[in-house]
Design a protein around this ligand. Structure first.
Ligand SMILES: CC(C)(C)[C@H](NC(=O)Nc1cc(F)cc(F)c1)C(=O)N(CC(=O)NO)CC1CCCC1
Ligand SMILES: [Zn+2]
Length: 185
């Protein structure tokens, strides 16, 4: 199982590399990697397991964060949240997006960043995405809100982009034109 010790932190070069596409059918280890990423999120959101293994509760994790430079990530928004979402995405792509932007009013964090970085992280408000499941099935879906933000945050990891790369350097809390913010306390 993936533990926090397996999560690489900012400064590690793999977080700045472009991850490689996977080919189908997936190898046994690539399939296992996808399952391990999802298992980490589920474990991290379980009060007992997260306490027992000292896991930081995560809603998404990308393979580069466990030093596997492959285009695969897992998202797991709890099913009791108002917008449940749970899947492993292989070779994910954004095929179209809104002009309108969105951002979390409390900014973003990252499992690979052990510090607070303040500021709005502007992202596409609505996205149409395509990806393959671990079984090689192609999926296409439209995402908005926190689901869209989460997908973009994880896709950034596959391209060596960190959330703070998007923060306005001169004014981290500058108004984001044409945006609909999401309040996250
Ligand atoms: C880094 C951490 C703070 C653990 C973050 N969790 C998080 O944002 N939880 C959250 C946010 C909400 F708006 C509502 C809610 F219900 C729970 C997270 O898992 N990630 C995943 C990560 O680092 N992936 O690489 C960072 C998030 C920032 C925006 C989306 C993912
Ligand atoms: Zn992250």
């Amino acid at each position: 199982m993936i533990l926090m010790d397996n999560v690489i932190r900012e400064g590690h070069p793999t977080l700045r590399a472009r991850a490689k596409e996977l080919t189908f059918p997936l190898s046994k280890e690539d399939k296992q990697l996808g399952q391990d990423l999802m298992e980490f999120l589920i474990n991290s959101q379980d009060p007992e397991l997260s306490e027992k293994y000292d896991l930081r509760s995560g809603i998404g994790i990308a393979a580069p964060q466990v030093n596997e430079s492959k285009r695969i990530f897992a998202l797991h928004l709890p099913d009791d949240s108002d917008n449940p979402l749970s899947f492993v995405a292989v070779n994910p792509k954004i095929v179209s997006h809104s002009v309108e932007k969105t951002y979390l009013t409390n900014g973003e964090g990252c499992l690979s960043v052990d510090r607070n970085v303040d500021g709005f992280v502007p992202r596409h408000a609505r996205i149409t995405v395509k990806f393959f499941t671990l079984d090689g099935e192609e999926k296409k879906m439209r995402l908005k809100g926190l689901q869209a933000i989460l997908f973009q945050h994880e896709l950034d990891h596959l391209n060596g982009v960190m959330f703070y790369d998007h923060i306005n350097e001169s004014n981290p809390f500058a108004e984001v034109p044409n945006s609909q913010p999401i309040v996250n306390n």
